[in-house]
Design a protein around this ligand. Sequence first.
Ligand SMILES: [Zn+2]
Ligand SMILES: [Zn+2]
Length: 366
Amino acid sequence: MKARQRIILSILLVNLLLAAFAMGQSRREINFPDILGYKTLKCDLHMHTVFSDGSVWPPVRVDEAFREGLDVISITDHIEYQPHKEDVPTNHGRSHELAVSRARERNILLIRGAEFTRETPPGHFNAIFLNDVNSLAVEHLLEGIKIANKQKAFVFWNHPGWKPEHKGWFDFHTTLYENKLMHGIEVVNGGSYYPEAHQWCLEKNLTMMSNSDVHQPLTRLETSPENHRSITLVFARERSIDAVKEALVQGRTTVWFKDQLIGRKKYLDAIFKGAVEIGKPYNKYKDTIWVEIKNSSDVDIDLEKAGKLGPGKLTLPANTTTLLKTGTGAEEEDEAPAQIELSYNARNFLIAPGKGLPVILTIHLN
Ligand SMILES: [Zn+2]
Ligand SMILES: [Zn+2]
């Protein structure tokens, strides 16, 4: 082959490779509104790789997060449990290091983390925003958690209902809590929701977390409002690691679990208001009106009537416009008010265990 032909051929090959690379880089988006002046970041802060008992190489976690529309992850391999250590040498900070350049390429914020893995009770704890993971490998758990706190880590209690026979708040948790060494709790871990943890977060002003704790490769091709990764929505000043930390410390989170959002009332209320848009009536007959209600979030909103007007039950499916027909309550046409308010309970926006968010659908009549 002549030199010129070789050059042309290599240019063609490079172009082909670039085209393939460009095609492979699309991601799904998770839709929740930014609220209260903050950016809503989608975070999974608990997952494993071959460096503990997971079954994937670290950069794969970044690729999965990118595909699924996440902004932030933390690889939190077990410090005390390494079933692959004959093949993968013990180096507790290594899984993070191996994922750093992939995270940069995929625009994923990667937080350095680890999981303390002791007997239950007191159970497992994650420490994230660490400087040095190896320094946590000490004999006593309390000492390790203190070292993490010296590194200004954010520490949270993992899967508190994992072993039902040991479930509960123990003296060890009181020690951590009273000394401000523990800052959050997983209200959700993978497919499990822990109502008692939800209640503790409300009572003790701890940050509500939800993470996948994934060990296997994530092979989900499609997601739906009921079937998706369990993640934490973090309301941050900007899309940066420092801003995520500040938001976690301040407790600005909401949990997205199956078909539910779980969190503090002010954040759920803001998500509802940001996601739901009510049009003006497009049709009217006597005291009956028709309006469009758009839900631009990824959660199906399940409403139950709490007032006099509107249908008894109303579902606003995710990313969908729903037509609502309702009476205005006006006796005669010329009495029609400027607006009407429909009181509902958003049953799958949990502001406390078993308690939905009260909402008002305001319809402007002219
Ligand atoms: Zn664990
Ligand atoms: Zn874990």
